[in-house]
Design a protein around this ligand. Structure first.
Ligand SMILES: Cc1cc2nc3c(=O)[nH]c(=O)nc-3n(C[C@H](O)[C@H](O)[C@H](O)COP(=O)(O)OP(=O)(O)OC[C@H]3O[C@@H](n4cnc5c(N)ncnc54)[C@H](O)[C@@H]3O)c2cc1C
Length: 391
């Protein structure tokens, strides 16, 4: 039984039901286990999924989307994340990294060129933000971009780290330092770099979580792209920070929180079921009070996460200010999802450590959630400064 956070619009409830059937049918546990071990996702299943039109939920109708419906798009992430990141990840690369960003920040030419393919899930973006020496302090990126002498091209040199999906995406949404003498925050640009551009080299990083694809170091060696690839058009040169830190960031916090929530929910369902099947000392373990209470406490936290998530998503959908609410959602859900999943893993005892269940993968996936997409501490800093707490 799923508890509802609010009176959900009927079209979202119906969408959930469709996706739940799709996930059960097309992404069974045996396949998830293989995808996890091979750092891959099923391209054919993803194609069937995108044929439902869901990648258009972040894109206006005039550019081939369904009209922006962030609450529905968050519900899609939640439902797909029940099967881990194998379908939710690629969905985010098209609908959010691509669709939401270009809808919000792209030039008219970029919208016309890219949004129809992103809405169909045929085009995907990945993020090139982090670097070896740059995590939370993104405005300090060192990857250097300059204009060619005739002003027609951007030339990029440097190294991006943790570029998840550079192996399958069409474009890197790349944050660069575009004015080495400029003031911090006013010296940054966002550039769309096709992953097929000469001068790019990928070196995958072995890592334990979110293994639906590779996360790579991407080296840029005199990589040249037309100035038309500056996000927002050439006039947005050195104005990248405003595009990264505004509404885009609010949406990013919600989207990662939705993954954490979906994974925590999947872990809860696995533990809830297991606790009724596993018997020790002559009764199901759910009948032992300490197990029973642990599960109920975790489920209660999960319900609080649901409220935080959909409240923040509704504010963003209504274009209301929500920097504080989205940061609170990211902080609360990231931290509580870890606690929920670890509780659930304990309910499975030794079986929470084997790949016979999804639980051990849920644990690996969830541990990164308070870190990726702006760490918990960064959210605490945002909330404190936005709410005027003097330093
Ligand atoms: C699986 C995976 C996939 C990823 N995919 C991508 C991707 O596709 N594209 C991309 O660009 N990046 C990606 N990342 C990188 C991710 O976004 C960064 O890990 C994240 O931004 C945090 O940076 P960091 O790990 O370097 O931590 P740091 O910023 O070095 O922080 C380390 C610790 O110090 C704390 N800290 C730092 N500054 C402060 C402060 N001012 N106040 C209080 N505490 C502070 C942090 O909270 C954290 O606990 C990925 C990471 C992982 C693990």
């Amino acid at each position: 039984m799923t508890l509802n956070a609010f009176d959900e619009p009927e079209h979202i409830t119906m969408l959930r039901a469709t996706l739940r059937r799709f996930v059960e049918d097309k992404a069974p546990r045996e396949k998830r286990r293989i995808w996890d071990k091979t750092h891959s996702f099923p391209k054919d299943v993803f194609k069937e999924l995108t044929d439902l039109g869901i990648c258009g939920l972040t894109i206006p109708e005039e550019f081939g989307g369904l009209g922006v419906d962030l609450v529905a798009a968050v519900a899609v992430i939640e439902e797909l994340s029940r099967a881990g990141a194998f379908l939710a990840g690629p969905f985010i690369h098209s609908a959010f990294y691509g669709g939401a960003n270009i809808s919000e920040n792209g030039s008219l030419a970029q919208k016309q060129k890219l949004l129809p393919g992103l809405a169909k899930g045929e085009t995907a973006f990945c993020y090139g933000l982090s670097e070896p020496d740059v995590g939370g302090d993104l405005a300090s990126v060192k990857t250097r971009a300059r204009l060619s002498e005739d002003g027609s091209e951007v030339i990029i040199n440097g190294l991006k780290r943790w570029c998840t999906g550079a192996d399958f995406a069409d474009y890197i949404y790349c944050l660069v330092n575009s004015d080495s003498d400029g003031k911090k925050y006013r010296n940054l640009s966002l550039v769309l770099v096709p992953t097929s551009t000469p001068g790019l080299t990928l070196h995958p990083i072995e890592h334990s979580n979110l293994r639906y694809t590779l996360s790579s170091d991407v080296y840029f060696d005199d990589v040249r792209v037309p100035v038309e690839n500056i996000v927002g058009g050439p006039e947005m040169w050195n104005k990248g920070w405003g595009m990264l830190a505004g509404r885009t960031l609010d949406v990013e916090k919600i989207e990662i929180s939705a993954v954490a929530f979906g994974v925590a929910q999947a872990a809860m369902e696995e533990a809830w079921q297991y606790s009724q099947e596993r018997e020790q000392f002559g009764k199901p373990i759910c009948a032992h009070q300490s197990v029973r209470h642990a599960l109920v406490d975790a489920r209660t936290k999960l319900q609080a996460c649901r409220h935080m998530l959909y409240h923040a998503a509704s504010l963003a959908q209504e274009n209301r200010p929500c920097a504080v609410e989205t940061s609170m959602a990211k902080l609360f859900i990231g931290e509580n999802a870890v606690e929920i999943v670890l509780t659930c893993q304990r309910v499975l005892g030794a079986y929470g450590m084997t790949d016979a269940y999804d639980m051990e993968r849920h644990v690996r996936d969830i541990l990164g959630m308070p870190i990726v997409g702006g760490s918990s501490n960064m959210q605490r800093n945002n909330i404190a400064s936005r709410m005027g707490l003097p330093e």
